[in-house]
Design a protein around this ligand. Structure first.
Ligand code: TRP
Length: 454
């Protein structure tokens, strides 16, 4: 009987453990590094508004769908799609929907780990007091020296991938849960310190205006697509992460509540990061469009000018690395679960295999910041191309497939039961209708707009 399927890889020990792990997966570089720089590059307010709408109208319903598919299927994402499709008398080819997701997580991790490495490098700069009273130019120099040296980046990338592989190899309870439970509160406190500092710069209101006052002239169709892609990226959707985490979720936990808590925690961290960073950008006459280096060029200025700045900066970059780490773990888990089940390998062997290939791919990203920075395809570097392909194309496609699957393929009695609601319940119907119409339509509109169809 389908609903009695057991998890193959253990279960979360409690509801809080699941929420912590899933928030740990969601909160990471996407919130603190990526959200500020893409907001800066796409004009601020209007971009943020689209991003928030996408989180509410697509992110949360799709996250619920993904967790419930995972909990019902209890296998790696590709197999889960295949068995649930068969049960609903649909084609097994749905397998490939899961596979695309697994592949995108795999690809994302290869560059994610390189950026996490930047965070590691900054721990040492901070601890050695390099940010004390530094000017914007000094900080710029520290950043440029770091990214222009492929060996520094390779060293950190290797460490991050090895550590991630190691923790994932340890398995669920030992590895994941323990590493996560203290991160979230500490992260919030450190971000609040940065926001408090931002209030003293005299540019706080300017920062808030940039972040929250929509000016649609500044947002291109491409910008809207990036906001959409980011809503998936930041919530860790569409790669099977939430499916495998859902697969380890005990039956008695409310999926709706969990999805809401995760989304709220995730967006709060992103908005706090934005509220901390933009006032500093304006106070120092920096460019909001500085790109992927944005937080690495701005935050040290704040730390360098506050009391106990070196200590706080050190903690901050430790936390950033940690937040990245819990997300990296979640990016690796779906491919590991897939390889283990598909090739009947031990967890440790599957981890080694996936970890090595991802490590190798990461070298492309490393070189795209130095030796190969002028080597471009479609005027994008290797890193930019990989980011574009995964976040803006593969994730929205995956999200679309998940929405379609959850409402057209999976029987509604099953989803209602997993959500612990009556199929006639208003909330349940609203959820279904959103997935049925709003999310596919929105994804399609933005994509067509981007492709220049109208
Ligand atoms: N959401 C994480 C972040 O914002 C990154 C991440 C973890 C992710 N797992 C994912 C992104 C799965 C997409 C899909 O940093």
């Amino acid at each position: 009987m389908a609903s009695a399927r057991e998890s193959l890889h253990g279960e979360w020990s409690s509801k809080i453990a699941f929420i912590m792990a899933a928030s740990g997966a969601a909160i990471g570089l996407g919130n603190i590094w990526k959200f500020p720089y893409i907001t800066g590059a796409n004009g601020g307010g209007a971009f943020v508004m689209i991003y928030i709408l996408c989180v509410l109208l697509m992110g949360i319903p799709i996250m619920m769908a993904e967790i419930l598919l995972g909990r019902h299927g209890r296998r790696n994402p590709a197999t889960t799609f295949a068995i649930l499709a068969e049960e609903g008398k649909h084609a097994k080819h749905w397998y490939w929907a899961g596979f695309i997701g697994i592949l995108s997580g795999f690809l994302i991790l290869s560059y994610y780990s390189v950026i996490a490495g930047w965070g590691c490098d900054y721990i040492f700069h901070a601890a050695m007091g390099k940010f004390s009273n530094a000017t914007a130019n000094d900080i710029q120099r520290i950043f440029n020296t770091m990214v222009s040296n492929p060996w520094t980046l390779l060293l950190w990338h290797t460490l991050v991938i090895s550590a991630t592989t190691f923790v994932v190899a340890l398995g669920l309870e030992t590895g994941l849960e323990k590493s996560i439970s203290f991160m979230f509160p500490t992260m919030i406190v450190l971000l609040l310190i940065v926001v408090a500092y931002a209030m003293t710069t005299g540019h706080f209101i300017e920062g808030l205006t940039f972040l929250f006052k929509p000016d649609f002239h500044k947002l291109s169709a491409n910008g809207a697509l990036i906001a959409l892609g980011h809503s998936f990226f930041t919530l860790s959707l569409a790669t099977g992460t939430m499916m495998v985490y859902g697969a380890y979720l005990p039956k008695n936990i409310s999926i709706t509540q969990a999805a809401l808590s995760i989304a709220i925690a995730d967006s709060s961290v992103a908005l706090l990061a934005g509220m901390g960073i933009f006032p500093i950008v304006f106070a120092h006459h920096l460019e909001p469009q500085a790109g992927p280096g944005l937080i690495f060029k701005t935050l040290p200025l704040a730390f360098g000018n506050m009391p106990f700045g070196n200590l706080i900066a050190t903690f901050f970059f430790i936390m950033l690395t940690f937040a990245a780490f819990t997300s990296a773990i979640s990016l690796l888990e779906p491919s590991v679960a897939f390889v283990m089940e598909k090739f009947h390998l031990q967890r440790a062997t599957a981890c080694m295999l996936c970890g090595s290939i991802i490590w190798f791919l990461g070298i492309g990203t490393i070189l795209s910041f130095n030796i190969l920075q002028d080597f471009k395809l479609f005027s994008l570097t290797f890193f930019e191309l990989l980011d574009y392909l995964t976040a803006n194309i593969m994730l929205p496609t995956g999200g679309l497939l998940i929405s379609i699957f959850a409402v057209w393929v999976l029987r509604k009695e099953i989803s209602a039961k997993e959500l612990n609601l009556d199929p006639q319940n208003k909330f349940f119907v609203a959820w279904q209708q959103t997935l049925r119409f709003v999310s596919p339509l929105a994804i399609l509109l933005v994509t067509l707009d981007f492709l220049g169809v109208y």
